[in-house]
Design a binder for this molecule. Structure first.
Ligand code: MN
Ligand code: MN
Length: 305
């Protein structure tokens, strides 16, 4: 188990580093997500969830649909969140970078400084969390450490986003790792794998659903009259039963119209769960940094370093 966590962690962190170099003015978001996903497969690992690329006030849960025309603009605050899986043991890791280019054409020096501080704050939150994580500690203590570190920058964590426990083939295995002291007294045990993911913002620290669904999870078998919908459900059951999948993978397989019709029906009948992109209020910026760690007696091992 530990070997597989270390292996998936190495793969994910290597790809995170290489892919982050693509984040610059004019690059298509879809080129980045397809690069990340194909590199995970090339490495011999499996994709633990669609590559998330979330820009500026979007905090999480955006991935490109087919033919996505979205391009990075110089100065965009880009969260790149990716997951690799070896024997079902998941590495979940994220980084925030400012899209390269003529940034001062789009932002003032004061704004650029603020954006750098927002990125630093989530990194400081993650460091404080990792320094706190060990067997026997309550998860709320990790949240308190994150909140305190981000508060020093006079910024807020995102209060309604959390890290999570990981289990074999299970990305969100039931335990939440908060980004503030939520008084959850669940105690971490040696050997437990968790993803810690502080988000920092100059907004209020609360995200809401935004329109569109690009990422889905399989929920349950349901009967459908339409052949097309039945076929898509079968395909999802065979290929994406355990971890989240991209709508783009479905439309690549079944065509854009048919794929999207089926996804809508499946979501409506709760055969699959649609994730909405999550966003702060317009005009605010959100950063995220995430590592997967395995809890030890006296600390933790970061697998995605
Ligand atoms: Mn993640
Ligand atoms: Mn995560």
């Amino acid at each position: 188990m530990m070997e597989s966590y270390i292996e998936s962690g190495k793969i994910a962190s290597k790809i995170r580093g290489e892919a982050s170099k693509m984040i610059k003015d004019g690059t298509l978001v879809i080129d980045l997500v397809e690069y990340v996903e194909s590199e995970i497969l090339k490495s011999g690992a499996e994709i633990a969830f669609p590559c998330n690329v979330s820009i500026n006030e979007i905090a999480a849960h955006y991935t490109s649909p087919a033919n996505d025309k979205t391009k990075f603009k110089a100065g965009d605050m880009v969260k790149l969140d990716l997951g690799a899986m070896v024997d079902g043991y998941i590495a979940d890791t994220a980084i925030t970078v400012i899209a390269d280019g003529n940034i001062d054409e789009n932002y003032t020096q004061d704004e650029i400084n603020l954006h750098e501080e927002i990125i630093e704050a989530s990194a400081a939150g993650l460091e404080a969390a990792i320094a706190t994580a060990r067997a026997g500690i309550e998860v709320s203590k990790i949240g308190a450490a994150v909140h305190e570190a981000i508060s020093e920058y006079k910024l807020n964590p995102i209060f309604n986003l959390t890290g999570h426990s990981l289990e074999q083939n299970n990305l969100h295995a039931g335990i939440s790792i908060p980004n503030y002291d939520n008084h959850d007294n669940f105690i971490l045990e040696e050997g437990q794998a968790i993803a810690i993911e502080p988000f920092a913002t100059n907004g209020e620290g609360w995200v809401n659903d935004s329109p569109g669904h690009y990422i889905f999870s399989y929920l349950a078998n349901k009967p459908f009259r339409m052949k097309n919908t039945q076929r898509v459900l079968k395909y999802i059951q065979n290929n994406h039963r355990y971890v989240p999948f991209s709508g783009r993978w479905i439309t690549d397989e079944f065509g854009e119209r048919r794929g999207n019709i089926a996804l809508k029906q499946l979501a409506g009948a709760m055969a699959i769960y649609p994730y909405a992109p999550l966003r702060e209020k317009k005009g605010y910026f959100v950063s995220q940094k995430e590592h997967t760690v395995v809890i030890e007696k006296e600390g933790c091992t970061v697998t995605t370093i």
